[in-house]
Design a binder for this molecule. Structure first.
Ligand code: C2E
Ligand code: CA
Ligand code: CA
Length: 763
């Protein structure tokens, strides 16, 4: 039965009656007020049946009669509220006041024929009540002057709420249809129920394992939501923690006193939560997925409407949650390979499409490795499919280990896998991953209690070089894989054959180098550093040499870079430091004049925290005088984070010398050196060469020297080859020079000879 329709119908009838009654009352103008109200009381009684409130405003005295029902509609008793127009005005919602008063005015001044308005009024409790107010004017018979405005109030809150609820439900359906995020839908559900129950705050939590996770609570402070997020459920963990645990509704009338809230009330009470009712959210088969909570800021138990809504809210949330979980599961099923747990072929395609897009946008390269097990068919045929599956699982695990976390590993089909490697710096940087795969796959594996040694072949293609779109790139990787199979399996091949050859060379080179460093097969040569004033050798720079039986003499530029790449640079530096310092001591013991010994340190090693302790160890063990040991490092390190640069101070604390190598070629400025205790600047050979041809370079060199000296650095000119260069450097007050003019880097023996013989260069 629709109450609203009923009251509307009755209202018309009652209004008519009332009008007649009141008109009659006014006809006898001399009747006392008391009698008048007696009649009105009758009318009021009639009204009460219709659940309407009555008001009667005397325009001449401003006295307003508010019927008891009128007052109770807004939460007041019969004795409360002053009988004046202002009482009514004050109770109208501030946002509605202006239009409502205007309607009153319009009607009073005959601009409108009737008075009827929908407005929000304020309940004594603070919430809003939707009121339909209707009225009519009573005019004095003698002169037709309006003397009273009489009317009714109908509470239409329920109707408005029902309408709103319908609108909100429709909105939520729409959100589901257009695929809005669940958290947005959760919020909308909470808001929908809050709109139906003024003052209520709602929350949705999801149950993940045994933990409550925040779902949606748009009207509840974040601080409170965060405090509950991740809470482990239990038989006395607030309302929602308990209802998810028991699977039953939990109604807490008073948070302050309920034992279930004993440990949580301190977070709830400051946010004004006083009661909390929770209904478990279930899926269609009855499994608990979460809980719907309703809060008020006063202790209470739900009335019939609230109780019904609590259940319906949880049901609605259950549909959404179940749907979301299903979708997640479907996504996961489609995107992971069931057997190995790697990304599936579908995921691979999707990922690659995305990667091509972003790489194009940012002008980046990546490498695609196609990996195929060698002779997998034989395993399946001879040992059966279960054994084959075991092998595939093992291979998947090994490939994941061989790649970095950022690399994307997937199983494409059968025994085909793929690894996508991003951020490849050069053509060959991916061979480390490829080689690791070959190595790790070919480790023995027990299959059907027999030792099996698997192997694989790898095809490598690069985006964009070998293919700018998905299909061309895949084809390139496939062609490369075929080439790897052709050349005998258990190897990798690039799409471009020349890269394969290069890679093979590099791989071989690195193997040789690793061995040479481990076995200490490298040697040191020493290049003198000469005092420009006196022409005396005051120091030497130790430089590494590598002669290999098949590769021949290899440039340090190449093998130092390779040692850095394969992680052998620290081992090598350690050897250089020990060898150079022992040599310095040996010269000293042989009675040669004291020399400064300079050693080159790779930037990556320089910034390593081990360097300081290594240098200390070398000094202690060899007996090297710290002030006679210098470390040369290129400008690049100055560019790094200031906090990494404490190493300069720590090294200085050991008492050794520090030099900036190749000064002028990088981007460091004198200003950036200010805080670093640098002893020497080595001006790069490029400037020394160029200064003879270019006056500007000459100016530059001379001001570098002046400025450097003013800031307390000594200057060494590198690569001095001619006496002209030497003269110029002498003129512009450069202190030290190094270069072929004095000597190429030579063996320790030859340095001994140079030091005992008269100097070859004289002023
Ligand atoms: P660098 O530290 O700038 O070393 C100076 C290079 O210039 C040496 O080349 C040296 O032989 C060469 N050089 C010296 N005077 C002249 C000259 O008058 N004319 C010409 N054309 N060249 C001259 P080298 O020995 O080939 O070393 C090249 C680079 O390799 C070095 O440059 C250094 O950065 C690196 N390096 C060499 N040994 C080591 C080492 O033990 N550790 C590290 N980390 N790097 C090293
Ligand atoms: Ca150097
Ligand atoms: Ca240099």
């Amino acid at each position: 039965m629709n109450n609203t329709d009923k009251s509307k119908f009755q209202l018309l009838e009652e209004n008519r009656q009332l009008r007649l009654e009141l008109a009659d009352a006014h006809r006898s103008a001399d009747k006392s007020n008391a009698e008048l109200y007696k009649r009105e009381e009758q009318a009021t009684l009639a009204m009460r049946g219709a659940n309407d409130g009555l008001w009667d405003w005397n325009l001449e005295t401003d006295y307003v009669y508010f019927s008891p029902r009128w007052k109770s509609m807004l939460g007041y008793s019969e004795t409360e509220l002053e009988n004046i127009f202002n009482t009514w005005e004050q109770l109208v919602h501030p946002d509605d006041k202006e239009p409502v008063l205007k309607k009153v005015q319009d009607y009073l001044s005959d601009r409108t024929e009737s008075f009827e308005v929908e407005m929000r009024m304020l309940h004594k409790n603070g919430h809003e009540v939707n009121i339909l107010s209707r009225g009519f004017l009573v005019k004095r018979e003698s002169d037709a002057k309006p003397i009273r405005l009489v009317g009714t109030h109908v509470d239409i809150s329920e109707r408005i709420k029902a309408k709103l609820f319908d609108e909100n439900s429709a909105k939520i359906l729409e959100m589901i249809a257009i695929g809005d995020s669940v958290s947005e839908i959760y919020d909308a559900i909470a808001l929908m129920y809050e709109a139906r129950h003024p003052g209520m705050r709602c929350s949705l939590v999801e149950l993940h394992g045994n933990k409550l996770m925040h779902g949606g609570a748009p009207s509840i402070p974040e601080e409170y939501c965060n405090a509950l997020n991740g809470l482990v459920y239990g038989p006395d963990i607030g309302s929602c923690g308990t209802s998810t645990y028991t699977g039953k509704q939990v109604l807490v009338e008073n948070i302050e006193t309920d034992y279930k809230w004993a440990n949580l009330k301190q977070v709830a009470l400051p946010h004004g939560m006083r009661c909390c009712w929770s209904e478990p959210i279930l899926n269609s088969s009855g499994k608990v997925l979460g809980a719907f909570g309703m809060y008020y800021d006063y202790p209470a138990l739900p009335d019939e409407g609230e109780s019904k809504d609590l259940k319906s809210a949880a049901r609605l949330a259950g549909i959404i949650m179940e749907r979301e979980q299903d979708q997640k599961r479907i996504r996961q099923l489609a995107y992971t390979d069931e057997l190995t747990g790697l990304a599936s072929r579908a995921h691979f395609y999707q990922n690659l499409e995305e990667l091509i897009k972003t790489s194009k946008r940012h002008d980046r390269r990546f490498a695609l490795l196609y990996i195929d097990l060698d002779n997998f068919k034989d395993v399946n045929d001879s040992l059966g499919h279960d054994a084959g599956d075991l092998l595939l699982k093992e291979v998947a695990e090994r490939l994941s280990k061989a790649s970095r976390e950022v690399d994307f590993v997937s199983r494409l089909s059968g025994d085909e896998f793929s690894i996508v490697v991003e951020d490849v710096i050069d053509d060959l940087s991916v061979i480390n991953v490829a080689q690791r795969c070959l190595d790790i796959i070919s480790k023995p594996f027990e299959l059907s209690s027999r030792k099996h040694i698997p192997s694989c072949s790898i095809g490598i293609a690069h985006y964009p070089d070998d293919g700018k779109n998905l299909s061309v790139l895949l084809k390139a990787a496939d062609t490369a894989l075929y080439a790897a199979k052709e050349s005998g399996k258990n190897c990798y091949a690039f799409y471009k054959p020349e890269l394969t050859h290069k890679a093979e060379y590099r791989f071989q080179f690195e193997q040789y180098l690793r061995e040479a460093i481990e076995e200490q097969w490298l040697s040191l040569v020493y290049q003198p550093q000469v005092d420009i004033n006196s022409g005396e050798i005051i120091g030497v720079e130790a430089l590494s040499r590598w002669h290999h039986s098949t590769l021949g003499q290899v440039s340090p530029i190449d093998f130092i870079a390779a040692a850095e790449r394969i992680g052998m640079i620290k081992v090598h530096t350690e050897w250089v430091l020990y060898t150079a310092c022992r040599q310095a001591i040996a010269w000293k013991n042989a009675g040669l004049p004291a020399l400064k010994m300079a050693v080159n340190i790779s930037p990556i090693h320089f910034l390593d925290k081990d360097l300081v302790s290594l240098v200390k160890r070398v000094i202690d063990e060899t007996g090297m005088v710290p002030s006679e040991l210098g470390l040369e490092v290129t400008e690049g390190v100055v560019q790094t984070d200031p906090e990494n640069l404490s190493v300069f101070q720590e090294l200085k604390d050991l008492g050794i010398l520090l030099a900036i190598d190749d000064f002028g070629t990088g981007y460091s400025s004198f200003a950036s050196l200010k805080h670093l205790k640098v002893d020497y600047l080595k001006i790069d050979k490029y400037f020394i060469d160029d200064m003879m041809n270019d006056e500007k370079t000459m100016l530059l060199v001379s001001s570098m020297i002046k400025m450097g000296q003013n800031l307390g650095h000594e200057i060494i000119a590198e690569g001095v080859e001619t006496s002209e260069q030497f003269d110029v450097l002498n003129n512009i007050n450069c202190e030290t020079a190094q270069g072929y003019l004095f000597s190429k880097p030579v063996t320790a023996n030859e340095i001994s000879k140079l030091l005992t013989l008269p100097e070859s260069v004289e002023n």
